[in-house]
Design a protein around this ligand. Sequence first.
Ligand code: ADP
Length: 497
Amino acid sequence: MKKYIMALDQGTTSSRCILFDKDGVARYTAQREFPQIFKIDGWVEHDPLTIWSTQAAVATEALMMAGSSFSEVYAVGITNQRETCIAWNKKTGEPVYNAIVWQCRRTAEYCEQLRSEGYASFIKEKTGLLIDPYFSATKLKWMLDNVEGLRELAERGELAFGTVDSWLIYKLTGGKRHVTDVSNASRTMLFNLHTMQYDSELLSLFGIPKDTLPEVLPSSSVFGYTDPSLFGAEVPIAAVLGDQQAALFGQCCFASGDVKNTYGTGAFLLMNVGKTPRVTRDGLLTTVGWQIGDEVTYALEGSVFTCGAAIQWLRDGMKLIESAPDSEYYARKVKDSGGVIVVPAFTGLGAPCWDPYARGLIIGINRGTTKNHIIRATLESLAYQTNDVITLMREASGLEVSTLRVDGGASQNSLLLQIQADLSDTVIERPAFAESTALGCAMLAGLTVGLYSSLDEISALRKDTTAFTPCMSQDERERLLSAWCRARDRALGWANP
Ligand code: ADP
């Protein structure tokens, strides 16, 4: 008897497994953190074998909690930290270097060089991405150039590259499959959004042999089967999505114009823009949302570097609060920020300013300013920054944003969501079950194996949402947003006098 859909959620700091029942209810969860490896300032690595062992362990743990086994699993869905890449030997299955994590800045200089050689629009046009060390291509090139013996291995046809999803599938299938999905492929900076294939000009620009890369499949496909000799049963791996795309799917953003925001350490906004890639020139990324059958859904993506991290700063740096949820308690003690604006540009500002030299500021302080005003202003900064990205998305897509679906740690803050509704003139919808990422890959896996017959059926499973509706006058909104813009612009260029 089949009972569960297994979501494997391989994140940056932990590996998780959630067993969902057919109704999309999370029944059992297991999670393990793993070490971050910082060898050199700005470098971030993971041990691929630890990624695998923690992921396999949580799968077993969740099944044990359920008193179940792989034979009761309908399908496995995988969602993963994006862009992080792993290299392994096709013959032995052994990793040949640590995973280079998306956050790793080791290729910053090379990216600078690419920009100065004028490749920005060439790359943006093909991939929808900005030249940045985040994306996999320059990390793969770095491995080929710097890891001893790697190029020879590639020449002998024995080198496999992959993002984390590929690596997990390789291990789950006992080394039988070297595949990835379109959403992960679209983050490599080697994948052409228009042809939906690796781009030969980009492969030659970065010197990456095509046969080192995984075959790219639609997100809703059977990527392979779990190896019965390892797991006791052959279960289809039936969905793969990068984490942010999985959250977009898990929030049921199935229609053009649907947007979700994940308020985590940083914030990630994705907007479904439908069936054609809209490559924009304003600092937003264009990316693949997912592919079901022949139909590709594209998304616009914008991020805020410092979101929940600003609340951590209130707690750990300023010691104004003891825990993140305290921010709501203190912010509610005042009716507004008393004219104070906090711009948490701790590591520069992203869209729409794109200024690595911007630094944080607190402005508008007067003799009446209290701790509670500063806390409230910091909380408001999460909403202002999110609103900046929503505004760009509205402009770039020409689509209305009437609802914003939210998840992530700081989405538990109801005051923040009310402020967001007011500033963005948008209904904010928070689902009771906040793990949209795991839910998204589980629902897609269910669709692939025929547990659900349509996206509508999946949408119907989405219930128990809390809505926050705007109740601010247009005049007041304009006054506040204009003050925010003035404050934000004063933060620009500070570290580069
Ligand atoms: P990540 O996945 O990026 O680690 P999470 O989604 O777990 O992040 O969210 C954690 C972040 O959310 C932290 O930065 C924390 O400060 C913030 N956070 C958590 N709860 C609240 C809250 N009630 N109000 C405001 N911020 C919060």
